[in-house]
Design a binder for this molecule. Structure first.
Ligand code: SAH
Ligand code: SF4
Ligand code: F3S
Length: 452
């Protein structure tokens, strides 16, 4: 296997990006060489996402491009990884020449053996889902990223079965990675100079092992390095642990930012979505969060045009957004997925143009709210972790506040990885602009700065 050059292209959520780092580690262990461009590779992997129709369309188009590459390069191997694996398995049997190997999210350890099969001229497929696999003993090798912030998967799969969502079918049952292995990886990242880590799972509040629940994990994780900031994504509104709120409120390196997907602001829609909370309960949770964590910033996910959604139900989502005033939102129009409960039981009956119009309304209002909220930041001070040069200029750095807002400021003598106290003087709906004041640290900043 050695000497083969490989290239990995990743689509989908942060968990897929974290998985690509695991695959990267497995391939490096085989002695294979990473390359930056698909054209240079002997083996191309595409790590795929099924969450919405357009995510899958992108992958199919890319596979067609790889097929033309295969025509010019006889021994090129194309492998599909991730959430589309099972669907692609069914199709490659009839579709010639598109893909040589298919590997589901729980079968990455099998990749070296599957590559050998391909070398023997056979197709190689393993899409089995597992009840145990967490890749706890594989240290991901981080190739992309900025060397300052990283992701760690703490669990895999999802048992929630929201009626619109394909994830429980593509990723299988929920299982948690042992706490020790998570803490060890955090220690290692801290030694390598990483300053911010996001702990990932489809439903992090369900994290559970023999010795820990999610709050215990966050408590222990935040003690690994007080100068390493921690975030997590995503929790579910149905059972957010209250003790965690107080921990976040009191621990300087637990970020004052929570992503808490609402999906809809109407009880009937939530019921059809099989999201086991009401609008009222969601709003109570938001209140509780804001009381426990001063200065908290919040983001959410919204789906517009779910099966049977009426104008009034859509208006309820708009009014939920008005009431909460999220700092950030990821907004989607509903895309029907095979095998889900919604596909089997409900009709995808909101016409495409209506879905689009409602989504445009939702996005439009969210952009206004975001800008209004960002405007309120003008004049305030934040501790910003510098992640690297800004997109526009080498003379500027960009980085996030504890509350997850992107800030751009003049580089001066500051460097990537520095914690910098920054005073905000301007903004757009997406970015804050600031003046750097002084270099600081998490402990210093939160002990001697009274925040506005
Ligand atoms: N586990 C996470 C969500 C992962 S998927 C959670 O529950 O918070 C990310 C987002 O994609 C979801 O929150 C939802 O808003 C959106 N999504 C999932 N399935 C979708 C579908 N079929 N159509 C449109 N959006 C969808
Ligand atoms: Fe999908 Fe719901 Fe699980 Fe999130 S919690 S991954 S939306 S089934
Ligand atoms: Fe997509 Fe799979 Fe993530 S479907 S959103 S890559 S879990």
């Amino acid at each position: 296997m050695s000497n083969k050059r490989f290239y990995i292209e990743t689509y989908g959520c942060q968990m897929n990006f974290a998985d690509s780092e695991i695959v990267n580690s497995i391939l490096l262990d085989e002695g294979m060489q990473p390359v930056e461009e698909a054209e240079e590779a002997d083996v191309i992997f595409i790590n795929t996402c099924s969450i919405r129709e357009n995510a899958e369309t992108k992958v199919w188009n890319r596979l067609k491009e790889f097929r033309s590459l295969k025509k010019t390069k006889n021994d090129l191997t194309v492998g599909v990884l991730g959430c589309m694996a099972e669907r692609i398995r069914d199709k490659i049997i009839e579709q010639e020449q598109l893909v040589d190997m298919v590997v589901g999210p729980d079968a990455y350890r099998d990749i070296p053996q599957l590559l050998t099969r391909v070398d023997d001229g056979r197709k190689a497929v393993n899409v089995l889902l597992s009840l145990e696999e967490t890749y706890a003993d594989i240290t991901p090798v981080r190739t992309s990223g900025n060397g300052v912030s990283a992701f760690i998967s703490i669990m895999r799969g999802c048992d929630n079965m929201c009626s619109f969502c394909v994830v429980p079918f593509t990723r299988g049952r929920e299982r948690s990675r042992p706490m020790d292995s998570i803490l060890n990886e955090l220690r290692q990242l801290s030694e390598e100079g990483y300053r911010e880590v996001t702990l990932l799972g489809q439903n992090v509040n369900s994290y559970k092992t023999d010795d820990a629940d999610f709050t215990t994990l966050m408590d222990q994780a935040s003690r690994v390095d007080p100068e390493m900031r921690l975030r997590f994504s995503s929790p579910h509104p149905k059972d957010f642990p209250e003790d965690l709120l107080y921990l976040i409120g009191n621990r300087p390196n637990l970020c004052n930012y929570i992503h808490i997907p609402a999906q809809s602001g109407n009880d009937n829609v939530l019921e059809r979505m099989r999201r086991p909370y009401t609008r009222e309960q969601y709003l109570e949770l938001i209140d509780k969060m804001r009381r426990a964590i001063p200065g908290l910033s919040l983001s959410t996910d919204i789906i517009s045009g779910f099966c049977g959604e009426t104008e009034q139900e859509h208006a309820d989502t708009m009014s939920l957004m008005e009431q909460v005033r999220f700092d950030l939102a990821y907004m989607f129009s509903y895309s029907e997925r095979e095998r889900t409960l919604a596909h089997r039981k409900f009709e995808d009956d909101v016409p495409e143009d209506v879905k689009k119009r409602r989504l445009t309304e939702i996005i439009g209002r969210q952009m206004e709210i975001q800008e209004e909220r960002n405007r309120m930041e003008i004049g305030r001070q934040h501790l910003v972790l510098a992640e690297g040069p800004s997109k526009r200029s080498e003379h500027q750095l960009c980085g996030r506040t504890d509350t997850n807002k992107m800030v751009v400021f003049d580089r001066e003598n500051y460097q990537k990885g520095d914690y910098v106290a920054v005073q905000i003087h301007d903004c757009t709906s997406a970015t804050l602009m600031g003046n750097a004041l002084y270099k600081s640290s998490v402990r210093e900043y939160y002990s001697d700065t009274v925040q506005a």
